[in-house]
Design a protein around this ligand. Sequence first.
Ligand code: IYT
Ligand code: CU
Ligand code: CU
Length: 316
Amino acid sequence: DPNECSKTRPALVLTNPNNFSLDIRMPGVIPTESESYLCVAVPVPTGRESYIVDFMPHATMDTAHHMLLYGCRTPYSTTGFWDCGGSHGTCDDAAKIIYAWAKNAPPTKLPKDVGFKVGGDSRITYFVLQIHYGDITAFRDHHRDCSGLTLRMTSKPQPFIAGMYLMMSVDTVIPPGKKVTNADIACSYQSYPMYAFAFRTHTHSLGQVVSGYRVRDGRWTLIGRQSPQLPQAFYPASSPVEVRYGDKLAARCVFSGEGKTSTTYIGGTSEDEMCNFYIMYYMDSRHAVPYANCMENGRSDLFRGIPKEANMPIPL
Ligand code: IYT
Ligand code: CU
Ligand code: CU
């Protein structure tokens, strides 16, 4: 069992002068409630710049429902583990999402020569691993959980830097009983070329389908489309999509208010909703911008051109 806690393993293993792997694990936890979120922080092992080039998840689907890895400078705690589902979050400063694992979803692979930059001037000095324990019946035997992941890292500068572009709605309102409410988000892209290669969607229970596109000269090119009710991992883009200065990025979440008796707003609890489309991309390291976000409402004249597929639910 790769998650077994009895084995002691070194957190940091040097494989050669440049390459190492870092193990990030829950410290033998026993979740006591279903639907709990537990977090643990691990410092980036070097003050110098280093690059994550591969992710190796260690989790089993009967224990962990999903796992997210964040990077930040001020985790909520630097010792032990904490409940990060309620009032405390992952980090006291802005957290950046780096990786997601979800049960039954294929693993995310970074393309060759692409790395996430951490340490150095990256503003990421800690990793925070968050694990969602859904159904805890597997813990009736009181075993301890050491799920987590191993990062393959290198201090060698990589030709391309991985980044994350987060598109989110801040003000969607979903009327109760209304069959279809769209959340449309769009921004003009004004930077050096980026290559979108993976995407992740996130809503709570009312989301039916989330789609993201590049819009160039009125033509819509799909980056990815997924049901947020499927495992919320990063999926490969339909094909890698180049995004350059002057393009628009546009995303739509389709919600259903059917069966609800009250209005639903954007917010942090499971009674609230979210509309997120994450684009994982790489850029030439010479002018890479590793994180960006878009919180603007899409204009209805732009969204008149959105492909019909964006409104079609995905069979589960
Ligand atoms: C209000 C909302 O949509 N929150 C999202 C997106 C978000 C992620 C991060 C907002 C901020 C962040 O720093 I990282 I400000 C949200 O909380 N999404 C959750 C995770 O926290 C990442 C998700 O599962 O996508
Ligand atoms: Cu989960
Ligand atoms: Cu959410």
